[in-house]
Every structure is written in C-alpha cells, then in structure tokens.
Design a protein around this ligand. Sequence first.
Ligand SMILES: *[C@@H]1O[C@H](CO)[C@@H](O)[C@H](O)[C@H]1NC(C)=O
Ligand SMILES: *[C@@H]1O[C@H](CO)[C@@H](O)[C@H](O)[C@H]1NC(C)=O
Ligand SMILES: *[C@@H]1O[C@H](CO)[C@@H](O)[C@H](O)[C@H]1NC(C)=O
Ligand SMILES: *[C@@H]1O[C@H](CO)[C@@H](O)[C@H](O)[C@H]1NC(C)=O
Ligand SMILES: *[C@@H]1O[C@H](CO)[C@@H](O)[C@H](O)[C@H]1NC(C)=O
Length: 279
Amino acid sequence: MIHLFVLFCLCWWHLTGVFCDSVSVMEGDSVTLNTDLTEIRKDDDILWKFGAEKSLIAKMNKKKQIFSTYDDVPDGRFRDRLKLDDHSGSLTITNTRTEHAGVYQLDISGAKKSSKTFNVSVYARLPVPVISSNSSQCSSSSSSNCSLVCSSVLNVSHVTLSWYKGISVLSSISVCDLSISLSLPLEVEYQDKNTYSCVLNNPISNQTTHLDINTLCNTCAVSVSLIVLISSAAAGSLMIVVAVMICCICRKRKKLGQEIKQLMHMLKYVTFIRHQFQY
Ligand SMILES: *[C@@H]1O[C@H](CO)[C@@H](O)[C@H](O)[C@H]1NC(C)=O
Ligand SMILES: *[C@@H]1O[C@H](CO)[C@@H](O)[C@H](O)[C@H]1NC(C)=O
Ligand SMILES: *[C@@H]1O[C@H](CO)[C@@H](O)[C@H](O)[C@H]1NC(C)=O
Ligand SMILES: *[C@@H]1O[C@H](CO)[C@@H](O)[C@H](O)[C@H]1NC(C)=O
Ligand SMILES: *[C@@H]1O[C@H](CO)[C@@H](O)[C@H](O)[C@H]1NC(C)=O
C-alpha cells in the first residue's frame, strides 16, 4: 500500500513537471535542450513545445521520416534558430535573445510516454562599469577623502553592481526590474593602498573595473597644479614679452645712438668742409 502511494506520488510529481531543468544562457549564445537519450526509438514521437500556449516548435519521428521545426510559431521569434538533432532528438536554439526565455516542454510518446520541461533563462551581455570621480565633491578638496561613483548604463534586469575592497564586498545595489542606469558611491582616502574594484554581475557573468586611485582621485590636485603650471607659464611669457620689449627699446636706443653718431660725423664733416671753404 505504501509502495503504491510512493509510486503514485512519483508519477504525480513527474506528470506535474516538478522535474524541471533550469538552463541559463548568455544572449547571443546557443543553448541545447537535451533529451538525455543517445538514440531514440524508431517509432517514438518527439514533440517540442514552447511557452504557456505550448506551441509546437519541433517534431520528429524516425519511422515516418519526420524531422521538422516550425519556426514561425508562435510569432516568428524562432526563425532560423532551431536545430533538431536527428539521433538524440535534442533541440538547439541558436543566437538566443531574451524573448527565447521561457518554458520548453519535451513530450516523447511511443511505447513509453515521458515528458520533461526546461526553464530557459536568457541573460544579457553586461557592459563594463565606469568609475568616475564625483566632481561635485572636488571643490571641498580640503578633506583627505576622494569621492567616487561607479555607474553603468544598461537596460537589463537581474543585475547587481558592487564595490569590492580586495575580495570582500563593501556595498552593492541590485535590480530585478528593467533598469536604465545604476550608480553606487564610494569614499576612499587619497593615500589608500587597498585595491578597489567595481563589479557588475548577473547570475551567469560579470564585468569588473579596477579603481586607479592615482588617476581618478588626483583630479582636484591635478587641476590645482595645472593652474599653478598655467600661471607660471603665463608669468614666464610675460617676462619674455617684457624682455623682448626691453630689447627692442634698447635696439631702438642703439639705433638712435648710431644715428646721432652718424649725424655728429656728418656735422664734423660739414664743419670740416666749411673750414676748407673759409680758407
Ligand atoms: C524559471 O526561472 C526563473 C528564474 O530562475 C523563475 O523566476 C521562474 O519562476 C521560473 N519559471 C518556472 C515556470 O519555473
Ligand atoms: C556626489 O556626492 C554628493 C554628496 O555626497 C551626492 O549628493 C551626489 O549624489 C553624488 N553624485 C553621484 C553621481 O553619486
Ligand atoms: C529598455 O528595454 C525595453 C524593453 O526591452 C524597451 O521598451 C525600452 O525602450 C528600453 N529603454 C531604453 C532606454 O533603451
Ligand atoms: C573619509 O572616508 C572614510 C572611509 O574611507 C570615512 O570613514 C570618513 O568618515 C570619511 N571622512 C570624511 C571627512 O568624509
Ligand atoms: C567573475 O567571473 C569570473 C569567471 O568569469 C569568476 O572567476 C569571478 O569570481 C567572478 N567575480 C565576481 C566578483 O563575481
């Protein structure tokens, strides 16, 4: 009696699809839903169905020589993307997009009936997060802290953005819904020698950006030294201008002196000639 009950339970479990495989795939990649059969029997009917409406997307029967994929059901989203393995009956979806996520059902009928469901999740490719200095904090650079923000512009769901110090998480923010942008602040001291990184991840992948404190946190210091540099350069050029002007004036004076000299010479000559004429 107990055995029968257990058997009933197992059957019921099986029929209600509790044995559901979870399959994750990265957008753009291919995913194969395995029948777990090496060779299907000749007169088995293999049916692949998709979604709540259980639209028939593939059918196979070796005896009747049927190997068909129906890629315009339910709405053309599977067009040129379905491949049926004619030995195992496994179904491959190529070049996946988020619209291919959902429940797929495999029904095998023949001498023995069996059924299997697959819950396919398609995850987007993640962009690399961007670390930037929070410039509004730069003006109050009297503190020894550097204010940073890690951000990501995306349009995907199920992502987490986190700040890591070494290998431990400092802070993180998660979104389940579709989100357009995410950002997470961080305060570090200018002299901090730890390694910090910002990680964007979803359940199957991640993208990491390492913080370079020297480059990002010295923007205020850099701008200050830049101002010093520019002003000293300006002072330098002013000095050059003055020097050039002085030079010019000098040269002019020199020229004037020469002219005067020439004039004096001429004057001397003229007086000499007058002397000659007088005698
Ligand atoms: C499929 O998996 C997703 C993510 O793990 C889950 O949210 C969803 O409820 C599952 N659907 C079914 C029908 O099991
Ligand atoms: C920059 O810092 C200020 C003050 O801490 C904060 O209000 C602002 O949200 C920060 N900006 C970003 C982009 O996080
Ligand atoms: C985000 O994605 C949704 C659906 O995928 C789309 O309707 C929306 O226009 C997208 N938003 C942006 C800013 O790309
Ligand atoms: C500077 O940052 C540290 C953490 O790195 C924080 O404990 C401290 O309160 C901050 N100081 C100021 C003045 O913001
Ligand atoms: C990011 O993914 C790599 C594998 O691609 C893994 O080794 C690493 O631990 C992941 N890092 C985080 C912070 O999740």
